[in-house]
Design a protein around this ligand. Structure first.
Ligand SMILES: [Zn+2]
Length: 219
């Protein structure tokens, strides 16, 4: 397979992922954005991109420092995408959405605690909420990278969520799982005070997931 075929395939995959997020109701009016590594550079959805207006050619290529290669205007959150792919070498894809339950919880500015064992699947005893910073800024990128240490996803205060994975499919799966957990946590909170799983049990669960506190496994 030539490099060109690989790139075309990645661009098509990003389009399919945009459609998937829309079908799930996670991407309200182009608020979601996605990126993946392509060699030393990054492919990212353009600003205002949605399944109605996207074509493989409209996906934007960036250097790791965030400079556009060729043409197009990248998603306004390109700082977050390039910073995360720069900080976590084992991550190859990043998904950012304003999915409803994640947004609702992010407004509490609290982590999602170990109310369900699947929280350990994100790399630790809780899924953090990154401190608030203005959208589209390098400061928000720094905040997200901090909250993602040893994790595969986090909430973004008063904003939404971001997830990363070894592949686009892995980052999408983390996104869907996180939104599901966020919805279930809200349900539990609405019914009472959830009983949390203790740290010892969460580390057993983490070991079963193969995390060992790393978040994303190498390879
Ligand atoms: Zn956003």
């Amino acid at each position: 397979m030539t490099m060109r075929d690989e790139e075309r395939q990645l661009r098509e995959k990003l389009l399919t992922a945009v459609k998937l997020l829309e079908d799930k109701g996670f991407n309200h009016a182009s608020t979601g954005n996605l990126s993946c590594r392509d060699g030393d550079e990054i492919l990212i959805t353009p600003t205002g991109g949605n399944s109605g207006n996207l074509t493989p050619g409209r996906i934007v290529r960036l250097t790791r420092g965030g400079k556009v290669v060729g043409e197009g205007i990248p998603s306004s959150e390109w700082h977050m995408h390039t910073a995360i792919l720069g900080a976590f070498p084992h991550a190859n894809a990043v998904v950012h959405t304003h999915a409803d339950a994640c947004v609702a919880l992010s407004c509490l500015r609290r982590p999602i605690p170990a109310f369900h064992y699947m929280v350990a699947g994100f790399g630790g005893v809780e899924i953090r909420c990154a401190r608030y910073a203005t959208f589209g800024t390098a400061d928000l990128a720094t905040s997200a990278v901090e909250a993602l240490q040893g994790r595969t996803a986090c909430l973004l205060a008063n904003h939404g969520m971001i997830a990363m994975g070894k592949s686009l499919d892995a980052a999408l799966a983390a996104t869907i799982k996180l939104e599901t957990l966020a919805r279930q946590y809200l349900l539990a909170l609405s019914a009472g005070e959830p009983v949390l799983i203790d740290e010892e049990e969460m580390s057993r669960v983490g070991a079963r997931y193969g995390n060992y506190g790393v978040g994303i496994l190498p390879g």
